[in-house]
Design a protein around this ligand. Structure first.
Ligand code: Z5A
Length: 211
């Protein structure tokens, strides 16, 4: 990555962790900090092709079930499009980018949840190299609490229909990766929303205040 002043900030978490309202909060924090709206992305998705992949991975097709390896490859196909066509160009222009999920989701869901960590690490290195977010806020929540919140929103998509043990493995992977990487900050999302938002603002002020 060439020198630039823009930074890539990512919000991560299991379903129902509260990413949607966290993204809105961080968006407004970054706007105040930099004077400009950040470029907002979501994964899988964020480009016309990547949005088509998003539909593919979220939809159940009983006649041709998506196998775990294909799911993993599709996540990275979508991410490669987004990183190369949207995120890197924005950073090179000096803009800030705010991501709703990124590579950590694949490490947690496909690596931890599906048990495909060697494949995930290989594709991650091949497609992203050293590229990674400057800061990731991981909203941590027990899967049972998150799934109850997600279920109250309506019908569950293909990935949301996985067993609780799948999400327990994904959470354990999130936490162990966060413990080994000081660019990932764990936020306790199993608290009243106002407290979660205070913790997010505090972390942003600490980590970005001097940017
Ligand atoms: N996936 C993958 O497997 N591999 C990858 O590499 C990537 C993704 C990138 C994307 O689906 C799916 O793809 C996702 C992971 C997988 N699947 N699953 N399962 P998505 O983008 O549609 O879904 P999402 O990202 O998981 O969820 P979301 O809907 O965007 O956000 P959320 O964090 O799950 O939830 P929310 O809408 O912000 O909050 C849920 C509800 O809880 C809502 O009514 C809130 O008002 C409420 N809430 C939030 N916080 C609180 C607190 N603190 N207290 C009480 N209630 C709260």
């Amino acid at each position: 990555m060439q020198a630039s002043t823009g930074k890539f900030i990512v919000i991560e978490g299991l379903e129902g962790a509260g990413k949607s309202s966290a993204v809105a909060l961080v968006q407004s924090f970054l706007q105040q900090l930099t004077g400009n709206m950040p470029v907002c992305t979501r994964e899988p998705g964020g480009t016309p092709l990547a949005e088509k992949i998003r539909t593919l991975v979220k939809t159940v097709d009983a006649t041709d079930p998506l196998c775990d390896e294909a799911e993993c490859l599709l996540m990275y196909a979508a991410r490669a499009q987004l990183v190369n066509n949207v995120i890197k160009p924005a950073l090179l222009r000096g803009e800030w980018v705010l991501g709703d999920r990124h590579n950590l989701s694949s490490l947690a869901y496909q690596g931890g949840g599906r048990g495909l960590m060697p494949l995930v690490q290989t594709i991650s290195r091949a497609t992203l190299g050293e590229f990674k977010p400057h800061l990731t806020l991981y909203l941590d929540i027990p899967p049972a609490v998150g799934m109850a919140r997600a279920a109250s929103r309506g019908a569950l998509d293909r990935i949301e229909q996985q067993a609780l043990t799948f999400f327990e493995r994904a959470r354990a992977t999130y936490l162990s990766l966060a413990a080994a990487d000081d660019t990932i900050v764990v936020i306790d999302a199993n608290q009243p929303l106002a407290q979660v938002h205070r913790d997010i603002r505090h972390t942003l002020a600490q980590r970005l205040g001097s940017c």
